[in-house]
Design a protein around this ligand. Structure first.
Ligand SMILES: [Zn+2]
Length: 408
């Protein structure tokens, strides 16, 4: 049973500030909460004594004291832990982070996730238990867990919508299933939405308020942060970039349309273009590799100067850039961030992606949109999940943090 601790209303305001902003100074805290500086100082001293907050030393690159930079305070990283779990077709990745959002343990396990929902949940619960044990934290220290699934999610019911990657998961409730196994608060979100949060909170788009994140791996996903908040649309399916039609005479898609974007630019489509080249033998022999593994191989060969591999990456970047230009014209973001396996191609993909995006975006003041490669690649989902535990709007996670602070 959880101990229901007592934290005052003003302490809660400081906890919220630290949770959402990381380290803050007394002056900043006073300004944002409307409390006087002496009141904030007293509150912070109280929280520090109880081990809820810690002082954060100002950074002095030369090691010498020149004046007195304002001292800052932050949540004690060890007050609790956040859990992130990513489900993909063929693997589960789990991470545990402290309250500074630093990963303290991470595990990746190959598993046929698409085949058996319940078995995948058992494996995920086992991974989280292992990570908590090695981090020296038991379940009572968990603020919350966020799960990433490569499918649209009904955010009210917590159910998974139709998806080609995990067809047997349709209508299932992964957050509820893991909550039953672990007895901690759990939420579920779409993988690209979590990627967008990871890059905005902790990555390439840090400090930006209008961000389009596109993930190209097995499938194409798109996550949106608009006006500083994740945008999911009316029913949670916003960002279905995969089925934007780029050629009405193109190949038939499972959705019933022709020429959907993902039939040209996901890992399967990019590598399929090499089937008839000498690379086809190695890529497709005995179905040994997943589409993501094949794409990673193609990127490596392209980096070594293979012209056919360079060509398929360039073509995919061009198609993707045109689709993203349409998104930019519609939403006017500050930046577009590429994630997923394709982002491993770095400058090789970035050049043609930028050219196509800029070439098809309306050139309005004050300038063109930034097109960037993401920081996290295939680890974006777990980092986004950890960030969402602390920085999301979920009341259960917030209340759990108050409880941990009150029990200290
Ligand atoms: Zn389609």
């Amino acid at each position: 049973m959880h101990i229901i601790g007592r934290v005052s209303g003003n302490e809660r305001r400081l906890l919220d500030l630290m949770r959402l902003q990381g380290p803050v100074s007394i002056g900043m805290a006073s300004e944002s909460t409307g409390l006087s500086r002496p009141t904030v100082t007293d509150l912070v001293n109280g929280l520090r004594k109880r081990g809820v907050a810690v002082s954060v030393e100002p950074h002095r690159p030369d090691g010498r004291a020149t004046g007195r930079p304002p001292q800052r305070f932050a949540l004690n990283p060890r007050l609790g832990v956040a859990v992130g779990v990513e489900f993909e077709r063929d693997h589960i990745r789990a991470a545990v982070g402290d309250l500074s959002l630093t990963v303290v343990g991470e595990r990746l396990r190959s598993f046929p996730v698409a085949d058996d929902f319940d078995a995948a949940m058992d494996v995920a619960a086992g991974l989280v238990e292992e990570l908590l044990a090695s981090a020296g934290a038991d379940r009572s220290r968990v603020v919350g867990a966020v799960l990433s699934v490569p499918a649209p999610v009904d955010r009210v019911e917590g159910t998974v919508h139709a998806t080609t990657i995990l067809p047997r998961w349709m209508g299932r409730r992964p957050a509820e299933a893991l909550r039953q196994r672990l007895d901690v608060a759990v939420e579920v979100d779409n993988d690209a939405s979590l990627g967008a949060i990871a890059e905005t909170e902790l990555g390439a788009a840090r400090g930006r308020r209008h961000v389009v994140y596109v993930k190209v791996s097995t499938g194409v996903g798109c996550g949106l942060v608009l006006d500083g908040r994740p945008f999911h649309g009316a029913t949670g399916t916003a960002g279905e970039l995969a089925h934007v039609v780029v050629d009405e005479h193109g190949p038939v898609c499972y959705c019933g349309n022709r020429g959907c974007l993902h039939t040209y630019v996901d890992a399967e489509a990019i590598t399929e273009g090499l089937r008839l080249t000498p690379h086809g033998e190695r890529l497709f022999r005995a179905a040994r590799y997943t589409p993501d593994e094949r794409l990673a191989m193609v990127i490596q060969w392209a980096e070594r100067g293979d012209p056919a591999c360079e060509r398929v990456i360039r073509d995919a970047a061009h198609r993707l850039g045109i689709a993203l230009a349409n998104v930019c014209n519609l939403l006017n973001p500050e930046c577009v961030v590429l994630g997923g396996t394709l982002s491993k191609a770095g400058d090789l993909v970035l050049g043609p992606l930028r050219a196509a995006t800029h070439g098809h975006t309306v050139p309005l003041a004050p300038g063109v949109v930034d097109v960037l490669v993401g920081r996290w690649q295939e680890r974006a989902e777990v980092h986004g999940a950890l960030a969402l535990v602390l920085r999301g709007a979920t009341e259960r996670f917030r209340d759990r943090l108050y409880e941990l602070a009150g029990a200290s």
